[in-house]
Design a binder for this molecule. Structure first.
Ligand code: BF8
Length: 671
């Protein structure tokens, strides 16, 4: 019997998305939501039990004790499939970092158009950290040297990726002792592919050791480089007002949606959209101007720096086109569905590919080149404006929400103490006292196999009630934004009493938007700075913190998870596990699955688990946080202990006549 199709309310918790799915049904068009139902996942492949790395297969291991033609066991095949995913994820993030480093080099040498070194203070701080001389030198000279150093990290053959020195000393020692320090980004990715070629590394735990090294080359390598260079070129984020959801599209303007990951092009499109000539050109075409918005991590990059609205997260890319209001969707790399071109053919929308690495059959290709960045960005906008006249009837859901993104680790440090007393001390103290029970980083994708945004926002809301401070990146951050959780006053009535006091005192939302997926490295930096501040142990694995990717789907997410484990974090993935055996076969013989949890925890103090039930995710998160609190000798979390100060208490006290207040506060009468 055919499986019943989900209702739109079961497919997504976002009302704007629900409206657009009704529209898709009216038009008879497919989306990832409907295709996920039509395409039943292969449970052999899903569990990593299919080996297709040579021409003797593919071998599908479905029976106990079965091996591939070459004799490969299930554990070896699962470990090989897993490391190949991590290598792809690490490559994607790191290649983004490489391009950023090349752009930095070109900007330093005056070879680009439109870019400047926007955050010279960060340039100097970062360069000094790596021993680059900064005194008496121009920003361009320093940037040139930093770019050379960064570029060298990709092709380096021996030694250590220099970025790893940002980790706590004890963590670096663990990596050295276990021989997993990445030598060069490219080398680790290449070696992952070599080791998994037919007839190479066949000891699962040995393969998984290199998976850690490959992932570290991402988190403490390519991704960290990407984040730092983005800040230097485009500015270190600080809180700014933005908006999210499809309601940011405008009926009376030329809508251009930038989608993908690298900020180099999108930042120039932002600049070009504000150019008076472009605005005049749009007005001559009958529009009020150009309305720019973002999807996926490109959205996060321009949202947290310029407040450019986010049209949505991963599963919104098709929905934006279904509004009929998008003149051009401009894409670069990663997370771009091939289905966009076919879907767009039902509307006037042009899909414009821009990366030399990414073309899609049927799309318009306008190749980006940083040496003529502004010119190309304007050229793209002119194509979009010229397309405005072809627009038909629009269906833009009037659903949007305000948000405050932009909590870089630099800003968090500043907000906790101001310019003169910037410090992580107040955050550490709040955790040590129990006002904040712990920290959860909720990150990662949407996955159409689960209800869009629900896992993210449900886990987020429940942990907030338990006084857990939340930091978010990627599509998870946009999910919370759409629900209004990224506002200063956001849901403070649903936040635990201690966390509420902290949020009110500092004036922050209970959920901090820290950027795109490469910016998960900002979370590593925050954790490192919390260690340095003292009181929460001398390494990341001692901090009461958990990482969660409730709706993961990309290989990048697996790489992020692995480098967080190697850094000492407990990481919980929702949805399906890429390395579990058949559900009825999970047992002690599931060596790989057990190794990622128990084996890695023994080595790194962090572990990776795949948990489908959100309530179980919440339970395990709190259990881990409380276990870490106990290990540090911190007071047992007590929900009743705090919450007697803050804005609500002030309002209560205001109602009490002044002469009676002392009695109310201190229990003693006024003199
Ligand atoms: O890098 S969260 S769906 S957009 S992979 Fe992709 Fe996942 Fe979104 Fe950003 Ni990250």
């Amino acid at each position: 019997m055919a499986k019943a199709r989900r209702t739109n309310e079961e497919r997504t918790s976002d009302p704007a998305a629900q409206q657009m799915l009704i529209r898709a049904d009216e038009l008879g068009l497919s989306t990832a939501f409907s295709r996920a139902e039509d395409m039943v996942p292969c449970n052999i492949g899903a569990a990593g039990m299919c080996c297709k790395i040579c021409g003797m297969g593919p071998c599908r291991l479905t029976k106990d004790g079965q091996t591939g033609v070459c004799g490969a066991t299930l554990d070896t095949i699962q470990a090989r499939n897993f490391i190949r995913s991590i290598a792809a994820g690490s490559a994607a993030h790191s290649d983004h970092g490489r391009d950023m480093a090349f752009t930095l080099k070109a900007v330093a040498n005056g070879e680009t158009e439109g870019y400047i070194l926007r955050d010279v203070a960060k340039l100097r701080t970062v360069a000094a950290r790596y021993g680059i001389k900064i005194e008496g030198r121009s920003p361009s000279e320093v940037a040139n040297d930093l770019a050379d150093l960064y570029i060298a990290q990709f092709g380096q053959q021996r030694g250590k990726i220099v970025v790893t020195k940002n980790a706590p000393p004890k963590r670096q020692k663990i990596w050295e002792d276990l021989d997993v320090v990445p030598r060069g980004v490219d080398r680790e990715v290449v070696e992952a592919l070599h080791r998994t070629h037919i007839g190479d590394d066949q000891e699962p735990t040995h393969i998984l050791k290199h998976a850690i090294r490959t992932a570290l080359a991402d988190g403490w390598g390519g991704s960290m480089i990407a984040t730092d260079v983005s800040d230097i070129l485009f500015g270190t984020p600080a809180p700014i007002l933005g908006q999210a959801n499809l309601g940011v599209l405008k009926d009376d303007m030329v809508n251009v949606v930038v989608h993908g990951h690298e900020p180099t092009l999108s930042q120039m499109v932002v600049a070009a959209s504000q150019d008076p000539e472009i605005i005049a050109y749009a007005q001559a075409a009958g529009a009020k101007g150009v309305n720019l918005s973002g999807i996926c991590c490109t959205a996060n990059e321009i949202l947290m720096r310029q407040g450019i609205p986010a049209a949505g997260n991963f599963l919104h890319q098709e929905l934006a086109i279904l509004t009929g209001s998008v003149e051009a969707m401009v894409v670069d790399v990663q997370c771009i569905m091939q289905a966009l071109v076919d879907l767009a053919s039902n509307f006037h929308t042009k899909i414009i590919t821009t990366s030399p690495k990414v073309q899609i059959k049927g799309a318009t290709h306008i190749e980006f080149d940083e040496h003529k960045a502004l010119t190309i960005a304007k050229q793209i906008l002119i194509v979009a404006i010229d397309n405005y006249k072809n627009r038909g009837k629009t269906h833009i859901p009037q659903v949007r929400e305000d948000l405050i993104p932009g909590f870089s680790h630099e800003y968090i440090n500043y907000m906790l103490g101001g310019s003169y007393r910037a410090s992580f001390r107040p955050l550490n103290d709040a955790i040590m006292s129990g006002r904040i029970r712990g920290v959860a980083a909720i990150v990662g994708c949407n996955n159409p196999r689960s209800k869009q945004d629900y896992m993210h926002t449900h886990v987020t809301q429940e942990l907030l009630k338990q006084d857990v401070l939340i930091v978010e990146t990627g599509c998870g951050a946009i999910a919370s934004a759409k629900l209004g959780l990224l506002l200063g006053e956001a849901g403070l009535d649903q936040v635990g009493p201690g966390l509420k006091e902290v949020c009110e005192t500092i004036g922050i939302p209970p959920v901090l938007h820290m950027g795109s997926c490469v910016d998960n490295t900002r979370i590593l930096t925050v954790l490192t700075q919390m260690v340095e501040e003292g009181g929460l142990g001398d390494d990341i694995d001692q901090i009461p913190a958990v990482g969660l990717a409730p709706e993961w789907m990309s290989e990048k997410a697996l790489s992020i998870g692995a480098y967080c484990v190697a850094s000492g974090a407990y990481v919980i993935f929702g949805g399906s596990s890429p390395i579990s055996g058949m559900p009825d076969r999970v047992s002690d013989s599931d060596i790989v699955l057990k190794y990622l949890s128990e084996g890695w925890e023994e080595l790194f103090g962090g572990k990776m688990e795949f948990i489908q039930d959100p309530e179980e995710m919440i339970r395990k998160t709190l259990e881990h946080i409380d276990k870490k609190r106990a290990a540090l000798g911190l007071p047992v979390y007590d929900a009743q202990r705090f919450g007697k100060s803050g804005d609500a208490r002030m309002l209560e006290l205001e109602k009490i006549p002044a002469m009676d207040r002392r009695q109310a506060v201190y229990g003693t009468a006024a003199d």
